[in-house]
Structure formats: C-alpha cells, structure tokens
Ligand binder design. Structure first.
Ligand code: GDP
Length: 431
C-alpha cells in the first residue's frame, strides 16, 4: 500500500517527524520532488537531525530509502548526509537512487546566487541551492540524468559543451562572472559518479515489485501545498510540485496506487521567505514569542537558520491545502506550543473587496485579502505527554474540533511534541 505524507501549508509543518514515526512500519520511504533547499528536523533515539535530501526512513534499519526521479539531486550533499548520520551512530541506511533522477550541477547553484544578486531587493529569497535553475534546465531538456554519468567520455563532454555554450553567454554578458569549463565540469561529474555508483538503480521497477509484494511504501513530500509551483502562491513558490498527485510522477508509480494521503497541518502558521501570508501576526512582540516557543527550539529554518514568519492558524489556506493534496487524514502538529496563550485567534475567512470568502484565491487577490479572525479560548497548560484524546483539556479539544470542521478533513493524528511517540491517534468523528 502506498501512503503519502505531505504538507498542507507553507512547509515546515513537521512532516519529518510524522514520516519518521510512520516509517517505523514502512518497508520503503520515497522522496519524490524538491532538493536540499528545505529540511526536515527529526528527533529520535539517535539524536536530533536536520535532513535535507535523505528520506526520513533512514533511521529504521529495515526501511529502504529511495530518491525518486522527481528529486533535484545534489550528490555531495546526499553523500555528506549519509556520512554524517552514520558518524552519529545510525546504522548505515539502505539507499536507492533513481537512474532517472537529475543532478544539480555546480553551475545551477552559481546561477541561483547570481540571479538573486542581480534581482537584489526584488529577489525570491531563494535558498541558493540551485533548485530553480535546475528545474528550468530539466524542462528545457538540457539537464543531466544520473544515468548520463555512465555515458562515454566523448558523449558526456559533447553534452556539457553544448549546454556550456549558452550558459557562458549569460555568465559573461549578464552576470559578468567566471565561465564554465568543460573539462572541470566533466571531472566533477566523474567524482559524482563514484559517489552514487553503489546506490543507482531502476527505482520505478523496484517500486512496481514492492507494490506487487504488498509492501508499505511512504511517499515523503517536501514543503507544502502553498509552495506548489502550480497551486501555490506563485511566483513565491518552489520550482516543483509539492502535492501528493506528483508522487506518482516523481518516482514512477501509477497515481491510483496512492491510497492514503496524510496532510500535515500545523496548529499555527509559519512561512519562510517572501510571499503572501494573510494570517501573518503583525504585532512583532506577539510573533516573536510564538517564534521563540515554536517547534522544537524555535521557528528557524532547518536549512538556512532564517527566522520564520509567524501567523495564526489559517482555515482558508489549510482547507485549500488539504483539498489540493487529496487528504484522507490530517496530522495536526505542534499543538503543545500553544499552551501558553490565553486566547487563540484563528483565521476563518479572507475579506477581499468588502466580501468575505473561505475559498483560497489566486495570488493577485491574496495580495489584497485581509484576515477575518475568530478567537478561541486557550487551555493554559502543558499537553505534552498526553496520549489519549479524551485526556486533552476541553478547550484544546474544542480548538481541534473547530478547525476540523472549518477545513472539512478528519484530524486523525495530533502531535504534541517533537519525539516519535508524542502522538495522539484519534478515530474519525471522535468527540
Ligand atoms: P518539516 O520540514 O515539515 O519536517 O518541518 P520542520 O522540521 O522544518 O519543522 C518542524 C519542527 O517542529 C521541528 O523542529 C520538529 O522537531 C518540531 N516538531 C514536529 N512536531 C512537533 C510537535 O508536535 N511539537 C513540537 N513542540 N515540535 C514539533
């Protein structure tokens, strides 16, 4: 059975924790999109880890971890991550890399940096991991698949040469930066080949057999619906599709095999980088306090360390986020963090041109949308350690049930701490 764990918001919802938890019973965990531009933070018996490229199943000895063809593969980062978790005492994980995955080239990272520099104040706030130049090249059909590393020297050099011709024009005339050298690029690719050789295979065919054998397969999304290249807050999005529907494309399995979609939804909102964020907290002191108390050790980017922008729970964005994911279950995370508040505002609608809507609009309208809040009473206590739904304080249950009703998808898991076992399972329609 194939399940997807994806984000319903702007990313950083705690997908890593939920995947790590569900991976304990999974045979296979698959990354199907994105690159090392975002990170999952995972806390388990081996310690605290920020994973950027590795699937979150790497902490389970019996789980096979797959990098699908949809991923933007940064080979040195991947190998570095494998080494760093092994150094910390994690048993060497089983990793398979799709021969059809494409490689982040050193010049993708440079182009990302140079473009942000050129745009200056108008930049996208890119993490400069080369993701946008990578996906541009992939769709312009000038990318390099992992399997290309096994082509003849002549063919590979010819291909580098032909890509370099156009890149160098831009480097010289637009950015005024050093040019790409064909031999140097070829030598880098040969190093990459050595690094990935032990892991490369036909992933789609492996997954086909795994499905036939009745294995449990988890597809692990990066970022969330609102950063999806098509359905998110374009253009302040990532350059890939973050929705579960892309899961099939990004690892080569049929869409109808995805039977469960677990959308991870955070009990308040946070967003990293620029872009529309209607329920953002405008009072800096209030935002600072939530940022400081948020997540596990504050709401700061796992990859960049950047402070995240903070907001109240947004029912409009989350309902949309869950709908686009095709949600069967909502995992509601970091609820424990809200225990300090006397009252908790929840965004229940957007006012646009004097009319209130609960439908998430296109970016043009998001820019003028104003949040409509309803304020719920807080529960003023620490809920960490609770394992049964009925033991949660009444106001906490009311908060969950209020949001469940507004978003229209069942909250079947509640996360009340960063660790694997900080979880409350809840039956549908309970309470
Ligand atoms: P991801 O990319 O969606 O996995 O999210 P991040 O790792 O960027 O952010 C989630 C942060 O919240 C991490 O530091 C997690 O350890 C932490 N976290 C996850 N679930 C919970 C929870 O239920 N309570 C608390 N306090 N922290 C959580």
């Amino acid at each position: 059975m194939v399940k997807a764990v994806v984000g319903a918001n702007w990313g950083d919802e705690g997908k890593g924790k939920i995947t790590d938890m569900l991976a304990q019973n999974a045979d296979v965990v698959v990354r199907f999109q994105g690159g090392a531009n975002a990170g999952h933070t995972i806390k388990n018996k081996y310690g605290k880890f920020a994973l950027h490229t590795l699937p979150s199943g790497v902490f389970n000895e019996n789980t096979v971890n797959i990098i699908g063809n949809g991923v933007a593969l940064n080979i040195p980062i991947l190998i570095g991550e494998i080494e760093s978790i092994v150094e910390k005492g994690v048993p060497k994980p089983v990793i398979l890399i799709s021969e059809r995955a494409q490689i982040i080239m050193p010049y993708h990272i440079k182009f990302d940096e140079y473009e942000e520099e050129r745009l200056a104040g108008k930049s996208f706030g890119s993490t400069k991991s080369g993701i946008a130049p990578f996906y541009s090249d992939k769709f312009a059909k000038i990318g390099f698949q992992v399997s290309d590393l096994w082509d003849t020297e002549q063919n590979l050099k010819d291909k580098i040469e032909s890509v370099t011709v156009q890149k160098n024009v831009i480097l010289e005339h637009l950015y005024h930066k050093p040019l790409i050298d064909v031999d140097e690029t070829y030598a880098t690719l040969m190093k990459y080949k050595e690094m990935v050789a032990p892991y490369v295979c036909d992933v789609a065919s492996y997954l086909h057999d795994a499905i036939k054998d009745g294995k449990t397969i988890l597809l692990e999304g990066q970022l969330g619906t609102l950063k999806d290249c098509d359905h998110g807050i374009y253009p302040m999005v990532t350059s890939s599709n973050t929705i579960a529907a892309y899961g099939g494309v990004g690892c080569g399995i049929p869409p109808y095999e995805i039977k469960q979609v677990i959308s991870v939804c955070k009990a308040y909102s946070s967003s990293v980088g620029a872009g529309e964020f209607v329920s953002e907290i405008t009072d800096e002191a209030v935002a600072d306090e939530l940022r400081h108390r948020g997540g596990d050790g504050g709401e700061y980017g796992a990859t960049t360390g950047r402070p995240r922008r903070m907001g109240w729970f947004d029912c409009v964005a989350s309902k949309y986020g869950c709908r686009l994911q095709g949600t069967t279950d909502v995992a509601f995370t970091v609820l424990d963090v809200l225990g300090y508040l006397d009252e908790i505002p929840v965004c229940i609608g957007y006012e646009i041109d004097g009319k209130v809507t609960t439908e998430f609009p296109v970016t043009r309208l998001l820019k003028i949308a104003k949040p409509v809040y309803e304020t719920l009473p807080g529960w003023k206590c620490d809920i960490s350690g609770i394992r049964e739904y009925d033991k949660l304080p009444e106001n906490c249950r009311k908060y969950i049930e209020f949001i469940e009703k507004k978003i229209g998808y069942p909250i079947t898991m509640i996360s009340n701490g960063p660790a694997r076992d900080d979880i409350i399972y809840r039956k549908r329609n309970n309470g």
